[in-house]
Each structure stands twice: as C-alpha cells, then as structure tokens.
Ligand binder design. Structure first.
Ligand code: ATP
Ligand code: LTN
Length: 333
C-alpha cells in the first residue's frame, strides 16, 4: 500500500514491434487499472539484453515503447512510467535475491528452456536468472498485484516463493504479490494460425497486426486472415479463425460476441473482414497520431522520463535499504 492505494507493477520488453495482441491484451487494460491502483509500468530494458540487441535499436525502441505507454492513455502524472535501467535498485535487489533462489528452481522455468533452445549460441547467466530480476522488479515496489499473461505465471510463482522464503527468515519484508488476470477474450491469436497467439516475434508478419501498421496494411492483413470453409457465422471453438476475428472486433467496438454474430449473420466473411479492418484502424489511428506527436515533443518526454525515474527510485530505495539492513550490510552513515 502506498498512500492508501494498492500497488501494481508490470512491464514490457522493448524487443520487436508491439502487436494488437500486446495492446488489447495488456496495454489497454493497464489504462483501466490506473485509477484503482498506484501503478508502476516499466520498460524492462535490462531484461532485453538477455538476448543480444543492437544498442541503437534497443535505445530507440525503449523510447518508442515509453511513448506508446503515454499515447495509449497512461497518465505520466498518475502512473510511474520509467526505464528499468534508470533505477539501480532493480540490479541491487536482484543480486540479493539471487542468493535466495535455488538453481533447481530456475532450472524448472519453461521460458528459460524455450529461449535457451532458440538462442543456443548465447545461453548466458542473465537468461537463466531472468526470473530473479523479474522478482526484484515486483518486490522492489511491494506490489500487491501484477497483471501478466499466462506465459509469465511461472515467473510470478517463483517471485512469491522467493518473497516467502525471505520473509520466513527475516520477518515481514516483502508484500506477496498476486496475479491480476484480466478479462477473458483479450487473448488475440495469429491471423495466419489461430492456434498460436499473436506475437511480436512471429516470423510471419501477416499473422500479426503491428500497432504502427498503416490502414492499408491492416485491411490487407484482415482480408487475408485465415478463416474456414463452413460459411456459417458462429462464435465457437470449431471456427477458431472466425472466433479470433470476432474477438478482435468485439474488443475494438465494445460489442459482445453475440451482438457481433447478430450483426453479421447471413453476410459473407469478406464483409466482416472489412469491418474488422476498419474497427482496428479506428483504434490504431489515434494511437499512432498521439505517438507521432509525442516523438516530436522531446523536452516534454525527457522531463517525464527524469521525473518518473526519480519517483520510482524513491520507492525502490525504501525497500532496498530495509532489505540491505536485514541481510546484514553495514548501515550508511
Ligand atoms: P514475444 O513474441 O517477444 O514473446 P509477445 O508479443 O508474446 O512477445 P510479451 O512481451 O511476452 O509479448 O508480452 C507483453 C504483454 O502483452 C504481456 O502482458 C502479454 O500477456 C501480452 N500479450 C502478448 N501477446 C498477446 C496476445 N496475443 N493476446 C493478448 N495479450 C498478449
Ligand atoms: N517478463 C515479462 C516482462 C516483465 C514483467 C516484469 C512483467 C519483466 N518484469 C514484472 C510483470 C512484472 C514479459 O516478457 N512479458
């Protein structure tokens, strides 16, 4: 709790271009949570270097992601929007927590196994201890809730285990965080293979709608989206391509899937795909305009980056000093 409000922490990596899935499944929900919680939304650039990055590209993407947070509607006065690397407490707490995490626990992490198999030439220790840095992110701010997708649930579990282990030894130091599982229906699937989630690292660019795609590209991708040959307009698992398009249309327009089925019953898939493209464009258009405007407002964005890092640093230091004292580091004079 900070100032009577529960604390929320979440973060996104600035690797790859954000997709409609990232927006509808994460960013859009973050905006709706910012009234209820005191929110820390970080651009987790320290996590990004667990996979080799081009420095200039990473720097640019990190800034664009932070700008996108603001463009999506996160108020930088109310929410703490900052780069992970600007608050040294993340690294400092991460080291301490490394000493309270077992090799065996980290060995069980499926994301590590997955990434290690994809990046066989660079299985570095950071990739292995990635979940510990994530635990540090969350525990540093004493977060009560953490909105995460299903793929990050295992990392949240290990965060809770580390926090409980620490608390059992030293008393009540860390708040034990809970997962915030968003509304169902916000999981967006690939337009080319509806059994896979839409993802920024998909090698087929037609499967994902990127937030920076222009209207023509969005229309083309929607028109080419894989559906089925049933020809019936129903919302059901047996027609996963159509179901995904109905989900997208429904989140973009605020209509329920049933209402969408009624609206398009008896009309061809072609008509519907056009409507989906238009609905997506009407969401992306203002977002892109605002992001482009902010990209030019250098001084304003810089001031937000500076102020928010200071604010995050203040809360981070409070936890860190307590933890350092508990483990026996000499007190600063
Ligand atoms: P990568 O392809 O690099 O693994 P990703 O696109 O899967 O990336 P993440 O960086 O893992 O995305 O996730 C960022 C946030 O976006 C998470 O909260 C995650 O749950 C959410 N998210 C990602 N893809 C989708 C999707 N297709 N539908 C809904 N939410 C998603
Ligand atoms: N690993 C997450 C990003 C992330 C995060 C966090 C999410 C880093 N630290 C703390 C929630 C809380 C991902 O790749 N989606």
């Amino acid at each position: 709790m900070i100032d009577g409000k529960k604390v929320l922490f979440s973060g996104m990596q600035a690797t790859g271009n954000l997709t409609l899935g990232n927006y509808l499944g994460a960013l859009k929900n973050w905006v709706s949570l910012s009234d209820e919680y005191l929110c820390f939304y970080s651009v987790v650039d320290m996590h990004s270097i667990t996979v080799r990055q081009d420095p200039a590209v990473l720097r640019k993407r990190a800034r664009s992601l932070l700008i996108l947070y603001i463009a999506a509607g996160l108020d930088p006065e109310k929410n703490c929007l900052y780069y992970q690397s600007h608050v040294s407490g993340h690294a400092e707490l991460s080291w301490i927590l490394n000493c309270f995490t077992y090799m065996g626990e980290l060995n069980r992490m499926t994301q590590f196994k997955d990434k290690a198999s994809k990046h066989g030439d660079n299985i570095n220790a950071g990739l292995f201890t990635y979940p510990v840095l994530m635990a540090a992110d969350i525990l540093l701010y004493q977060a009560d809730v953490v909105p995460v997708g299903a793929d990050q649930m295992q990392h949240l579990e290990i965060t809770r285990d580390i926090a409980e282990r620490f608390n059992n030894i030293y008393g009540d130091v860390f708040t034990i965080p809970e997962a915030y599982v968003g509304k169902v229906g916000a999981r967006i699937m690939s337009l080319q293979d509806p059994s896979k989630k839409m993802s920024k690292s998909d090698e087929n660019p037609n499967g994902s709608i990127y937030l920076m795609d222009d209207a023509d590209t969005v229309m083309r991708k929607c028109k080419r989206a894989v559906t089925d040959s049933e020809g019936t307009f129903l919302y059901r698992e047996e027609q996963p391509g159509l179901k995904n398009l109905i989900d997208i249309y429904s989140v973009c327009t605020g209509k329920t899937p049933d209402e969408v089925v009624q609206e398009f019953d008896g009309r061809g898939y072609g008509d519907f795909k056009m409507a989906v493209g238009e609905a997506v464009t009407s969401i992306l258009n203002p977002l892109q305009k605002e992001a482009a405007r902010l990209e030019k407002e250098k001084a304003y964005v810089d001031s937000i980056i500076k102020e928010n890092a200071e604010k995050a640093g203040y809360y981070a230091r409070k936890t860190l000093r307590k933890v350092q004292k508990k483990v026996g580091f000499p007190v600063r004079v």
